[in-house]
Design a protein around this ligand. Structure first.
Ligand SMILES: Cc1cc2nc3c(=O)[nH]c(=O)nc-3n(C[C@H](O)[C@H](O)[C@H](O)COP(=O)(O)OP(=O)(O)OC[C@H]3O[C@@H](n4cnc5c(N)ncnc54)[C@H](O)[C@@H]3O)c2cc1C
Length: 458
């Protein structure tokens, strides 16, 4: 076997796998190098196991309303069963990813790769040297851990899925979707959860009503919030961890998790040797076609810091392969990305928030619906859900949609289709409602709840 390739991909995660498969399908000789497990963060320790744990935790909500439907449930939860079944599913998926690469003829190399030049790569364990016409860096990102004394006593999303036992209490630092999803997961599984966040409200950048409603929903599930604070020191205290906060307050927790952002995986990659320049926040700088400043080296996914989401990494990998190996230059549109936060209550969002729309458009109409989801109506559960449509201009083009409540993630995926087509409010109105659903609110709004004119709410 020769060590010369058309394409060498570093990193077997969402972006790298898609790029390698597509390039091989177009006839390129491709090798993909992975130092851990094929599938990357999403499959092994991200989206997939996270969603499985979300399902596990949501039985708590179901049991809460079950009695109002006549059910009497005596439930108990076994953490090792969940971990073992998760592992089985992850193993199955990894095999499927391997098969998907091998079918079009991609060579999978399990090793760590370092760039030694613009077209050369060295394997750390085997010492093998590879040359390639094109190199794709798809090394993803890793959890950022604050440099505080005792930080090594804390865990990150890398370790949280395989805790040997459920802790009695947990402190989670962070206010983004990873922190909040794990907070609801562990609260649902019976852990006493506290979130500490340096800002003054969770989920920065999302719709304000969604942020407020989510905080209330999480508090209703027993989660406590500490704002405008960080962890300053961790110390062992018997089987617990004693946490000193930036305020000086000290409290013990069964476990401490850092969910304080993710850093691009560029350390020790040989970028300087190959002449690849970094962009913002230590991520690799690329153009619209994912090409770095070095013409033979491209980068996709989390390592480029554009949008740290699996579908974006996959699309960047696909468009890279189209551009370089199918003579079909395609640039990913990052302007309108639907996203879900799998908390309880769930969040779905796409497009502009109210302030963003009001800053860009002189006429903005906002349609809001709040109501108790039908599943709660027989019980005493008072939680309400929220659906919001933001429209701009005289033709009321839909520029934003924000949902909080059951099924928000599924709904926002479908809203993304008319929005990608440039739909207006009248297009939504033409759609016939499905009754009784929550989503029908989106096609039955009559008049705006309020408007913005030249940036002012009226
Ligand atoms: C807890 C968690 C939950 C998430 N949930 C969601 C979600 O619900 N929805 C969503 O869209 N996104 C989610 N994400 C984000 C998503 O996982 C990432 O955006 C996605 O995996 C990025 O893909 P990638 O190909 O850029 O990198 P990765 O999937 O991280 O793959 C990079 C791979 O490169 C390997 N590697 C690194 N350096 C080297 C080297 N030098 N040599 C060889 N191999 C190397 C790594 O081992 C890794 O396997 C979540 C992330 C986390 C952490």
């Amino acid at each position: 076997m020769t060590d010369q390739y058309d394409l060498v991909v570093i990193g077997g995660g969402s972006g790298g796998v898609r790029a390698a498969r597509m390039a091989a399908t177009y006839g390129a000789k491709v090798a993909i190098i992975e130092e851990y497990r094929v599938g990357g963060t999403c499959v092994i320790r991200g989206c997939v196991p996270k969603k499985l744990y979300v399902y596990a935790s949501r039985f708590a909500d179901t049991f809460e309303v079950a009695e109002s439907f006549g059910w009497h449930v005596e439930a108990s939860f076994d953490w090792p069963t969940l971990v073992a079944n998760k592992n089985k599913e992850i193993d199955r998926l990894e095999l499927a990813y391997v098969a998907g690469l091998e079918k079009p003829g991609v060579e999978i190399i399990r090793d760590r790769a370092v760039l030694t030049g613009p077209q050369t790569v060295q394997l750390v364990q085997s010492g093998r040297a590879l040359t390639a016409k094109t190199i794709l860096i798809a090394t993803g990102a890793r959890p950022f851990v604050p440099a505080i004394p005792g930080a090594e006593l804390g865990i990150t999303s890398n370790e949280v899925f395989d805790l040997p036992a459920l802790p009695h209490s947990m402190l989670i630092e962070g206010g983004g979707y990873v922190a909040l999803e794990f907070a609801t997961v562990f609260a649902g599984l019976g852990v006493n959860v506290t979130v500490v966040y340096r800002g003054d409200r969770i989920l920065r950048g999302f719709d304000e009503d969604v942020r407020v409603g989510l905080e209330a929903g999480m508090q209703m599930r027993g989660i406590q919030f500490i704002y405008n604070a960080t962890t300053a020191r961790l110390e062992k205290a018997g089987t617990d961890i004693s946490v000193t906060f930036s305020s000086g307050v000290v409290a013990p927790f069964g476990a401490v998790m850092f969910a304080t952002g993710r850093t691009a995986n560029t350390t020790g990659l040989g970028l300087e040797t190959a002449g690849v320049a970094l962009g913002r926040n230590g991520a690799i700088g690329v153009d619209a076609y994912s090409r770095t400043n070095c013409p033979s080296i491209y980068a996709v996914g989390d390592v480029t810091g554009r949008a740290q989401l699996t579908p974006i990494a996959i699309r960047e990998g696909w468009y890279f392969a189209e551009t370089v190996f199918n003579n079909n230059p395609l640039a990913v549109d990052h302007s309108q990305i639907p996203t879900a936060v799998f908390t309880e209550p769930e969040v779905g969002a796409i497009g502009m928030t109210e302030p963003e729309a009001a800053a860009r458009h002189s006429e903005v109409s906002v349609y809001v619906s709040r109501f108790r989801p039908m599943i709660n109506t027989l019980s005493l559960k008072s939680e309400r859900m929220l659906l919001k449509l933001i429209c701009a201009g005289p033709d009321e083009k839909v520029v934003g949609c924000h949902i909080l409540g059951p099924g928000a993630g599924e709904m926002i995926q479908l809203v993304a289709i008319p929005m990608a087509m440039g739909a207006g409010k009248t297009d939504f109105d033409r759609a016939v409602a499905v009754h009784p659903t929550a989503a029908e609110e989106l096609v039955t709004f009559k008049s705006p709840t309020y408007r913005f004119r030249d940036g002012v709410k009226v």
